[in-house]
Design a protein around this ligand. Sequence first.
Ligand SMILES: *Cc1c(COP(=O)(O)O)cnc(C)c1O
Length: 381
Amino acid sequence: MIKTSQLKELARRHGTPLFVVDHEALRGNFHAFRRCLPRVQPYYAVKANPDPEIVRTLYRIGSSFDVASIAEFNLVYENIRALPADERQNFIWDKIIYSNPIKDRRTLEELDCYRPLVVYDNAEEIGKIRRHAPNAGLALRIRVPNTGSMVELSSKFGAAPGEAVDLMSRAADAGLVVEGLAFHVGSQCTNFENYVQALGTSAGIMEEAEARGLELKLLDIGGGFPARYDRHVRPFRELAKILGAEIRRLFPKDLEVIAEPGRYMVGTTATVVAEVIGKSDRDGKRCYYINDGIYHTFSGILFDHCQYHLKAFKRGPARISAVFGPTCDALDTVSQAEDLPELDLGDLVYSENIGAYSHASSTWFNGFPPAKVVHINVQPL
Ligand SMILES: *Cc1c(COP(=O)(O)O)cnc(C)c1O
């Protein structure tokens, strides 16, 4: 946790809004993942926060990457490509998975020379990959329960388990290499049962695939690992224990198991500091206007269904206050009810655990730029 004195000092030096990323916390999350789930290689889901500095820190300590657009692929590739040329294919598969089940033709054409590992979930995609990226390796994304996850994904992606083996056979018949299965239980998945069911379903499909002569080498258990936004979220090690036991029970020892943690890796690594730029009372309620909002670092309130809480550096008796962002849109509401002390123009507020799906989806709406980013503890202490 970044000290409040350090946040204040950084805000004084750099101005606000300021997005502070703590790389010590980032390394801590990565190492905890490895320690709790030694069998599973993490492929950091870049979309959660695509800052190149984050990519480089994770690469240095052994992470692989999950990308879902050609821009994300190039971003990772350019930041990690200290590789011997002859190891390129292994390197790409070991280091990058392209996990978006839907890829346009141009993306496939551009990816093909890397012999990438890509995910698909429908028959139409097989034809596309065969024509435009015949050198790719494939993982089939299956639909699994997303019950209770903060962000639901199963309505958009995943082949029905009953069609899975057929879709893999069809890809193999088309001359493509089918490497394995992938799933995603939905983001911020605090219902661990989703993982248990998904692993069970995967094991069943793998058995059936083997009986049909398909040799699968890879299982991708996706993302969804919950960030510890508050004490109600059970710690990762409890989930890891369940996952480790189920993986051991259900799959052969030589199956390669990977995961795509996004939120878990970066959610708790960043804090945003903003400034009170306006103040009024509306219908008896105190309203503060700050210089960051829904179109910017707090975009996750809208896109990620994630409520962030604001804290003040100032002490004093708290009252329920509304907090609005700087733009002219009423949608730009950070909160209708925050417990805040009496604040004055120029006072600072901050919000913790805002590292995932926040700055990544910040816009320039209304001419207000995204928050400035500073990285601290980039080198190990
Ligand atoms: C978004 C996404 C992730 C990351 O999910 P988190 O819940 O942030 O861990 C991983 N894999 C895929 C395919 C995704 O779309």
